[in-house]
Structures are given as C-alpha cells and as structure tokens.
Design a protein around this ligand. Structure first.
Ligand code: AMP
Length: 290
C-alpha cells in the first residue's frame, strides 16, 4: 500500500515513525508518471529501505507563458503505478501548503543554471532549486534519485547540495526511451501524430553527433552544426539550442577533450518543448574503437 501524505504535517508525522537506521530514498516528480519515473523509483528501492515519491507541479519553475495550467495530472493512474512499483509513501501537497502567502526566500545557483534551459527559461532553475531544497528539508531523505533526462537540473541540484552542505546523496538515473529513441516525457502526450512521428529525430541528431565524434570530429561547433542539420530534416522541429558543453560545469568548449562532453538539445514541436541529451565520454569512444 502506498500511503498518501497530503500535507506537510502528515509528512512530518510519517517521517517521525521511521527508525534512525532505516535508509530513506526519495524521488521528486511532477506526476503524469511514465516508465522513466518508475525506473528512478526502482533505483531508489534498490538503494534504500523505504521509498517516498512526491508529486507536485511546482508553479515556481514555470514561466508566465509555459504549460502550468495544462500540465497533465492523472492522479489515479499515477497512484496505481506507485503501488505497482512498491513505493511506500507519496507526498502530494497543495500549492498553498508548499508556499505560504508572501514566501520571499529562494535558492539561486549562479553558474551551471545559466546556459541552455536556464537562458531559455528565466527563473526556472531558481524554482527547481527552491522546491527541491524545501522537499529535502521536509522529507529528510538519505538519498534522492534524479533523471539524467534533465541533465542540467541534475547539475544544479548537485551544486546546491555541495555548496549548501545539504546531507542528501544525489544519484542519477539513466534516460528511459521509447523503442524509436524518443525520451519518455510527461509532455509527449501533447504531441500531434505528425509531431510524434518527427520527434525521434531529436535522439537521432544526438546519435549522429556521437558517431561523428567516434569518427574523429572533436570540434564542438562542427558537431553542433551536424546535430542541427539532422533536426532540419523535419520542418516540424524548431530547435531552441543544440550545444556541446563541458559535462560538469556546462560551460562552452571549443573542442571535446579528455573530459568528454554533454550534447544537449531543446526543440519545439508545435507548442510542445522537448529536451534530450547524451554524454560523450572518451572512455566509450576508446571502447568503440577497440
Ligand atoms: P518530472 O516529473 O518531469 O519533473 O520528472 C521527475 C524526475 O523524472 C526527474 O528527475 C526527471 O529527470 C526524471 N525523468 C523524466 N523523464 C525521464 C526519462 N525519460 N528517463 C529517466 N528519468 C526521467
């Protein structure tokens, strides 16, 4: 049975029942759960004694013209998936409970949150960092699992935890994809059939650039241009960025060196914005050649 904790008071009462030796794993989400979310729950299950998930569509991380009001909220189906995954508890707070009127304190990471999605979505990572720190303070987990799908979000949270001495072990979970390569996302349900048919080009652009890198192309500008050229095969895809970045700092690089690189892409299909990424690691290139 997944216990539903509808507010902070219920969460705190439940948290107090856990023994000090019980390791608590946490997976924060915005709901509309899919196999990508569930893989994070399984990772938490394997590493912890007790697993709690949260579903909270955080208004603070949505821009004024983004999809907050139409974000999918299939709570009954989500609950069934959490039960099936053996998740022990679900924290399901309201916006009013999470943000008392006049809340005026925010968490701002000021380096890795600046480029890529940070540049396209002002305030987004401030909203993410603030809600994640609040959730960590409330849940007090030993470990928390985040998806590599949102690579920049992982980087921001890892920085926050390091810089502010937050006692939570952050783990990353691999990207779960459809058979045709499209990364699972709660936003995929918005895609028209035509846009859904074009969407796998996003992953194909990442794989084409990976192949070019293995073939010896290390120039970041040329690799990004190749990625954009693959996206241009469909006029339905409007790229927002296609970047080759340092895998840790997310800073710009001219060449892919010994640290490898993060290939990161964001694109619109109709009104839907999708993101995807791939880590180029020099180790895997050596393996591919050898
Ligand atoms: P969201 O509900 O979109 O905020 O996502 C909640 C968590 O699930 C985040 O840590 C995401 O990175 C992760 N996630 C989303 N999509 C995927 C995916 N396709 N594979 C693995 N993790 C994912």
């Amino acid at each position: 049975m997944t216990l539903i904790l509808k507010d902070k008071a219920a969460l705190r009462a439940w948290r107090a029942t856990l023994a000090p030796g019980q390791k608590l794993g946490f997976v924060p989400t915005m709901g509309a759960l899919h196999a990508g979310h569930i893989s994070l729950m399984e990772q938490a299950r394997a590493a912890a004694d007790v697993v709690i998930a949260s579903i909270f569509v955080n208004p603070l991380q949505f821009g004024p013209n983004e999809d907050l009001s139409r974000y999918p909220r299939p709570i009954e189906a989500d609950l069934a998936k959490l039960e099936a995954a053996g998740v022990d508890a679900l924290f399901l707070p309201s916006v009013e409970d999470m943000y008392p009127p006049g809340a005026s304190t925010f968490v701002e990471e000021s380096m890795v949150s600046l480029p890529l999605c940070g540049a396209e979505r002002p305030g987004h990572f401030r909203g993410v960092a603030t809600v994640v720190l609040k959730l960590f303070n409330l849940v007090q987990p030993h470990l928390a699992v985040f998806g590599q799908k949102d690579a920049q979000q992982c980087a921001v949270i890892e920085r926050m935890v390091r810089d502010l001495d937050v006692p939570v072990d952050i783990r990353r979970g691999a990207i779960v994809r459809e058979a045709d390569g499209l990364a699972l996302s709660s936003r995929n349900v918005y895609l028209s059939p035509e846009d859904r048919a074009a969407a796998p080009l996003i992953y194909q652009s990442l794989r084409a650039v990976e192949a070019a890198y293995f073939d010896g192309e290390h120039d970041a500008g040329k690799l990004a241009a190749l990625g954009l050229a693959v996206l241009a095969r469909s006029e339905r895809i409007v790229p927002q960025y296609w970047e080759v970045r340092d895998p840790e700092s997310l800073g710009a690089i001219a060449k892919v060196g010994s640290r490898g690189a993060l290939l990161a892409v964001a694109a619109h299909l109709g009104t839907t914005r999708l993101i995807d990424n791939l880590l180029l690691s020099p180790g895997s290139a050596a393996k591919a050649i050898g």
